[in-house]
Design a protein around this ligand. Structure first.
Ligand SMILES: NC(=O)c1ccc[n+]([C@@H]2O[C@H](COP(=O)([O-])OP(=O)(O)OC[C@H]3O[C@@H](n4cnc5c(N)ncnc54)[C@H](O)[C@@H]3O)[C@@H](O)[C@H]2O)c1
Length: 363
């Protein structure tokens, strides 16, 4: 009989993370993992996901992937921030309370500013206020505590800027006017995106598993059409497809039937597996990398660290238009898909700017 295969430990994975911290407070039931991928450009910033993972391995896998993604997102967005993320294992509906959040806050504090936390799936601005009672390294707080509030506003604005840049490359003008745009998922980000699109003169089709979310959008914008499923949406006559629900939206089946010329949406981790970016390119579909166009929310919470100004954050998020154009240009020059070009620009900035910290300042 062969011994059961052990999952790989953190070191054996060779993921390139600087630090992974396991935090345990038995009385409150806190089990958290904080992963810092890189601090080359500044302190690692990334949200805390509170989720009932099936196993510790699943939680570890998620936090390692998410923290790496945050480093690339911050680097490409031009922020002086590194990448990190945290997960709290458990069902927030059963486990979350003041004591657990404050215990978690003390662990974040113990990292002395190497990691800043924020909201993610299962955590809200009110939770950040609790964490902040024990810890100085918290953003995404409530407006009453000087926070930036709902980050989906600038996330949607940034996605719209990326889509305009993609439209310019594809059709010669930076507008969605007269184009049919399919939005899958009209939750916090998706519904704000629909508003930008309608105001720009696009013909919008939406879908969502939650009928109330669809009803809200159609009440606000009676001209918006709806279809029952994402499968129906992607097979339809679209110019642009905007995945704004869950990760993995771009799988082989979707790419095979997709008739849109552009994919640009808010969902994280849209590419279902490695190589799908090449399939999109081969089918003549321009893919605007997810972490590039959905950086508006990160820009918003990062701005809070300077004392929040919505206008300043919006100006920064507007630059997603230029970044998108720059990524498409590099992709064309180097003959690679935009997803590869985006990674190259982010890695170059982490190396070139990150290296400068090696210059001794004499104090
Ligand atoms: N909120 C932000 O600031 C932000 C920032 C960056 C990235 N994102 C990403 O954008 C995506 C949307 O975030 P959100 O904050 O709007 O979340 P949300 O939960 O408010 O909205 C998601 C919507 O998708 C719907 N949905 C779920 N499964 C679906 C399916 N199979 N088909 C169709 N609809 C489905 C849900 O019913 C919901 O209305 C997520 O992937 C998130 O990680 C969000």
């Amino acid at each position: 009989m062969t011994a059961p295969q052990q999952p790989l430990g953190v070191f054996a994975r060779g993921t390139g993370h600087e630090q992974v911290v396991f935090c345990h407070d038995e009385p409150t039931g806190l089990k958290a993992i904080i992963a810092i991928y890189s601090t080359a450009l500044g302190p690692a910033l990334g949200g805390t996901r509170f989720y009932p993972y099936a196993s510790e391995q699943d939680a570890l896998e998620d936090v390692l992937n998410l923290s790496r993604g945050m480093a690339y997102k911050a680097a490409l967005a031009g922020l002086d921030l590194g990448g990190g993320k945290a997960v709290i294992i458990g069902d927030p509906a059963k486990l979350k309370n003041e004591a657990l959040l404050r215990a978690y806050g003390r662990f974040v504090e113990s990292l002395d500013g190497r990691y800043y936390t924020a909201c993610d799936v299962g955590t809200f601005s009110e939770d950040m206020d609790h964490i902040a009672r024990e810890c100085s390294f918290v953003t995404g707080r409530t407006v009453a505590h000087g926070g930036a509030g709902d980050s989906s506003v600038l996330t949607a604005f940034g996605v719209f800027q990326g889509m305009r840049a993609a439209a310019e490359i594809t059709w010669g003008t930076p507008t969605l006017h007269g184009r049919t745009v399919g939005v899958a998922g009209v939750g916090k980000v998706g519904h704000h995106l629909v508003t930008h699109l309608v105001e720009d003169g696009a013909d919008v089709v939406v879908t969502d598993v939650n009928p109330e979310a669809v009803a809200r959008v159609q009440t606000e914008h009676p001209g918006v059409r709806a279809v029952d499923t994402t499968t129906e949406l992607v097979a339809g006559d679209l110019d642009v497809y905007a995945p704004c629900a869950l990760g993995g939206a771009l799988d082989d089946a979707t790419v095979d039937v997709l008739r849109a010329r552009i994919v640009c949406g808010a969902a994280n981790n849209q590419l279902a597996h490695e190589g799908i970016e090449k399939s999109l390119q081969d089918r003549g579909i321009l893919y605007a990398p997810d972490y590039m166009v959905n950086a508006g929310g990160l820009i918003q919470v990062a701005d809070e660290l300077e004392g929040f100004s919505f206008e300043r954050a919006k100006q920064r998020a507007a630059k997603i238009f230029d970044t998108t154009a720059q990524v498409f240009a590099l992709a064309a020059d180097e003959g690679v898909p935009p997803a590869v070009a985006a990674d190259r620009i982010a890695e170059r900035r982490m190396n070139e700017v990150g290296r400068l910290r090696g210059i001794w300042l004499g104090r």
